[in-house]
Design a protein around this ligand. Structure first.
Ligand SMILES: *Cc1c(COP(=O)(O)O)cnc(C)c1O
Length: 372
C-alpha cells in the first residue's frame, strides 16, 4: 500500500510550458539531437513524439504488452538500434510499466530511462514510486491529468549532473506572454464552471469547437516538422505554478478519491460487455482514468453519449489523435505495433477525478451493467 502521508512532492523548480517541453529539455540535456532515436511506446498521444522531434531526433516506436497498456520489454529489446539514445517509459493511466524487465534491457544497452509520469504522481511499483526509476521523469498538469492547473509540465531529474544541465538551460526559458496566460486562465475557469460528469459530452464538444477555431489552447497543434515551435522555449506561467503548489497540498485527498472511485468500478462493474484492466503484481495503482476493454467501442461510446455518461476514447490510435496517413508525420509505420493498434480499437476510459462523486460512479456503473 502507498502511504499517502509520505507523498510530498519535491518538484525541483523546473516548470515548463507543457509536459512535452519538459521531455524536450531532458532530452536536450542528455545531448540528444538529429540522427538520434528515442524509443517510445505506441498507444500514446502526440505530445510525446512532439517532445522528441523538437530535438531533431526521431521516435522509435515500441509496441505495448499483448494484454496491457505499457511498453513491452521484449519488443524494446528487438527494436533498439545503435542510434537509439534514450527510452521513454510511460505509465499509462497510472499503471506502472514493467520496470524490472525494461531496466534490464536499458542496462544491457547502456541507455537512460526517462519516465512519462503524466498520468500519475503517486503509483508505486515494488514499493517504489514511479518517477524514481529513471534518470529523469516528466509530468503534465493540463486538463485531463490528475493534478490539473490549465496547461503545464515539470521535470524531476534524479541525476545531479543532468539536473544541473537542465537547470542551466532553464535559465534561458521565458514565461508565456500575458495574452496566452490569460487565455489559459479563462479556459481553466470556464471549464471549472461548466464541467460536471453529466455535462461531459456537450462541454467536450464546446472545447473541441473552440480549439478548432483557435479560440482555446488545444492539446494538439498541427505537427511541427520544421524547427522548434515557440512553445519549446517557454516556462509555466507563475500564476499556474502557484495554483499547482496549492493543489499539491491536496494530493493526498486527490489520490484517495481516485482510489475510492476506481475501487468502486472494480467491484461493481460486472458485465460481459467489458473486461477490467490487468494490474501488475507488486504495483499500487492510482488511476488517472479507469480503462476497460470492449469489443464494440464505437457502439459503446455512442450509447454513452446518448445516455450522457462520461466515457473517453483515448487512446483511439497508436499516436492519438493521428490516424491513417498522418501517422507518418511522426514516423509511425502502420502495422508496426499491432498490440497498440488493437488496444486503440477496444479501450474506453472512465473518470476517477475529484468531480466524480460516488453517485456518478454508480450511474456509470449501472449504465454499463444494463447494456444489452
Ligand atoms: C498529457 C500527456 C503528455 C504531455 O502533455 P502536455 O500537453 O505536453 O503537457 C505526455 N505523455 C502523456 C502520456 C500524456 O498523457
Amino acid at each position: 500500500m502507498v502511504d499517502n502521508e509520505t507523498i510530498t512532492f519535491n518538484f525541483q523548480g523546473l516548470f515548463f510550458y507543457r509536459g512535452r517541453v519538459a521531455l524536450y529539455a531532458i532530452l536536450k540535456a542528455l545531448g540528444i539531437g538529429p540522427a538520434d532515436e528515442v524509443a517510445i511506446q505506441a498507444f500514446t498521444c502526440l505530445a510525446v513524439p512532439e517532445g522528441v522531434m523538437a530535438t531533431g531526433a526521431r521516435p522509435l516506436w515500441i509496441d505495448i504488452e499483448p494484454n496491457g497498456f505499457n511498453m513491452d520489454a521484449k519488443d524494446l529489446d528487438r527494436k533498439l538500434t545503435p542510434n537509439t539514445k534514450a527510452i521513454v517509459v510511460q505509465h499509462t493511466y497510472g499503471i506502472p510499466a514493467a520496470m524490472d524487465e525494461i531496466e534490464k534491457v536499458a542496462r544491457a544497452h547502456n541507455l537512460p530511462i526517462i519516465e512519462d509520469c503524466c498520468h500519475t504522481l503517486a503509483s508505486t511499483y515494488r514499493g517504489r514510486r514511479v518517477g524514481t526509476f529513471g534518470v529523469a521523469a516528466f509530468y503534465s498538469f493540463e486538463w485531463g491529468k490528475p493534478v490539473a492547473v490549465g496547461i503545464g509540465g515539470a521535470a524531476v531529474i534524479n541525476d545531479d549532473e543532468l539536473r544541473q544541465r537542465v537547470a542551466n538551460a532553464y535559465q534561458h526559458y521565458t514565461f508565456p506572454g500575458f495574452k496566452r496566460t490569460l487565455r489559459i486562465q479563462l479556459q481553466y475557469h470556464a471549464f471549472r464552471l461548466l464541467y460536471r460528469p453529466s455535462l461531459y459530452w456537450p462541454v467536450r464538444t464546446l472545447f473541441h469547437t473552440l480549439g478548432n477555431l483557435g479560440l482555446a489552447e488545444s492539446n494538439y497543434n498541427p505537427v511541427n516538422t520544421n524547427g522548434i515551435a515557440e512553445d519549446f522555449r517557454l516556462r509555466m506561467a507563475p500564476v499556474l505554478q502557484k495554483r499547482l503548489h496549492k493543489k499539491l497540498q491536496r494530493l493526498k485527498s486527490l489520490n484517495q478519491h481516485s482510489q475510492k472511485i476506481s475501487a468502486y468500478y472494480q467491484e461493481h462493474i460486472q458485465t460481459g460487455a467489458v473486461v477490467h484492466p490487468p494490474v501488475p503484481a507488486d504495483a499500487h495503482v492510482i488511476f488517472a482514468r479507469y480503462p476497460l476493454i470492449t469489443h464494440d467501442k464505437r457502439k459503446l461510446l455512442l450509447e454513452a453519449q446518448k445516455a450522457n455518461v462520461e466515457m473517453a476514447d483515448w487512446y483511439a490510435t497508436p499516436v492519438h489523435p493521428l490516424s491513417g496517413e498522418s501517422l507518418s508525420l511522426v514516423h509511425y509505420a502502420q502495422g508496426s505495433c499491432p498490440n497498440a493498434e488493437k488496444r486503440g480499437r477496444e479501450v474506453i476510459t472512465l473518470p476517477t477525478h475529484f468531480n466524480v462523486r460516488e453517485k456518478d460512479a454508480e450511474r456509470i456503473t449501472n449504465f454499463l451493467n444494463n447494456l444489452r
